[in-house]
Design a protein around this ligand. Sequence first.
Ligand code: ADP
Length: 200
Amino acid sequence: MRIIGLTGGIGSGKSTVSAYLREKKIPVVDADRISRQLTAPGSPLLPAVRILLGEKVFHEDGTLNRQAVADCIFSDRELLRSYEALITEETARRCLEELRQLEAEDRWPAAVLDAPLLFECEMQRYTDENWLVQADPETRIDRVAARDGIARKAICDRMQRQMPDQEKASLADVIIDNSGSLDELYQQIDRLLERMENET
Ligand code: ADP
C-alpha cells in the first residue's frame, strides 16, 4: 500500500483535496481528527497541557484553543519540544497505527495521511511520497476569510507562524497548485491518481 502524505498551509485547499480523495474511495487518515481526540474534554493529557502552556491556551469553557497552542509552541523551541513529547508524538503514533490497520486489510492500493503538520512533526517518515497543496497568499487569505469569517490580519499572523511554503516545497515530492478553480484542482488530482494507477 502506497502512503501519500498530504499537507498544506491554512487556506491552501488541503481539506478540499482530502475530501476529493475520499470521494475517490481512497482511505484518509486525518491527523487533525486524531489530535483533536487526544485533546478533547476529559482527555487525561489535558492537565499536563495546562501545566506546560498555561491557562491562555484554553477557551473559557475549558476546551483547548488549538490555534493558541500553535501560536505558543511555534514561537518557542523548548515548548515545541515538550508539547511534541506530549501530544504530537502520540498523534503520530496513532496515525501510524491506523495506517497499519489499513495495510492489514490488504485491499487499498493507496492511503492518504492528511496532516497539516506533516513536515513539522516529521510524519513524512511514514509516507512513500508527499503532496503539498499551495495557493498564492492573497487567494488563501480571501478563502479563509470567506470560510471562517476571521479578520485578514489574524489570518496573515497565522500564515506567518507556519512553516514557510518554500521550506515545505523543498520537502514535498508533488506540488498541487490551487490558485485556480476547483475544476483545475480536481484535474491535477485526477492526473496524480492516474499516474499512480499506471505505476502499480
Ligand atoms: P485548508 O484545509 O487548506 O485550510 P480548505 O480546503 O478548507 O483549506 O479551503 C479553504 C476554503 O477555500 C474552503 O472554503 C474551500 O471550499 C475553498 N476553496 C478551496 N479551493 C478552492 C478553489 N480552487 N476555488 C474556490 N474555492 C476554493
